[in-house]
Design a protein around this ligand. Structure first.
Ligand SMILES: [Fe+2]
Ligand SMILES: [Fe+2]
Length: 258
């Protein structure tokens, strides 16, 4: 089973680049499943029901989120009704939506889990012990975890904790692709951060002038998504359907696309 996972899609530029490049990505890699993190899809923060429909229409099979899952509150009803959209499972109990889903295509089943880290993040529930519970609820060995976290140390520790029990731990949130992709000894693929799909001449997707002013003056200012040409960042995984072990992880980085 081959899976293409795309990192955080940022704003209009990121959405346009993914929509335009997805046919060529599919031609190049022939994935069975395409998954994308959409937490920054709506003007850089959150996602709307319309964008979810747009993503599903262009061929994304499932969408994960992150700390910005609820910045557009109108997404709550879609989180309840659309099983292909998940948010971090370790939001407080009672939060709308789910953090685990199983998607199915051509007789293949893929479990997908979304969790947030806690280092330099909000006070989410313990993602480590929650992972144990979530794995027990999935009836297929092929499971991908989008671990949305800030600290490389926490991402790495989490991957070792999960090794041999899930197919991949894919870091998201920091928007810059890391070059540490590997398969851990028990068959779990890991990368600290998949990177983003969004405008290149930016500060992690945001307008660089605004961010620079904030650093230089400390004055509060609204973030704006940058425009212009984008980078598409992702990974391609080859997962054994019967064991859930991952045989290869390859970084994808298409620069200067529109
Ligand atoms: Fe993000
Ligand atoms: Fe994030």
């Amino acid at each position: 089973m081959r899976v293409l996972f795309l990192g955080d899609i940022v704003g209009k530029a990121g959405r346009r680049a993914v929509a335009n490049c997805l046919p060529s990505l599919v031609d190049t890699y022939s994935p069975d499943f395409v998954i994308a993190n959409g937490e920054n899809a709506a003007a850089g923060i959150g996602i709307t029901p319309e964008i979810v429909s747009e993503f599903l229409k262009i061929g994304i099979d499932a969408i994960t989120l992150g700390n910005h899952a609820f910045n557009r509150r109108e997404i709550e009803s879609t989180l309840e009704s659309e099983p292909r959209l998940i948010r971090p499972a370790n939001f407080p109990k009672g939060t709308a939506g789910r953090g685990l889903t199983v998607i199915e295509k051509s007789g293949m089943r893929l479990g997908l889990i979304n969790l947030c880290g806690r280092v330099f993040m909000s006070e989410y529930d313990d993602p480590f012990r929650l992972l144990d519970e979530l794995i027990d609820q999935v009836d297929t060995p092929a499971i991908i975890v989008d671990f949305h976290a800030e600290a490389t140390s926490e991402k790495s520790a989490f991957a070792w904790y999960a090794d041999g029990r899930v197919s991949a731990v894919l870091g998201t949130h920091t928007h810059v692709q890391t070059a540490d992709e590997r398969i851990l000894p028990e068959g779990t693929a890991f990368i600290s951060d998949v990177g983003m799909c969004g405008p290149m001449d930016s500060v992690i997707g945001m307008d660089r002038d605004v961010i620079l002013r904030r650093f230089l003056t400390l004055m509060p200012e609204r973030f704006e998504v940058a425009s212009g040409r984008s980078v598409i960042c992702g990974v391609v995984l080859d997962v054994k359907v019967d064991t859930g072990r991952t045989e290869s992880i390859e970084r994808v980085q298409w620069r200067d696309v529109t």
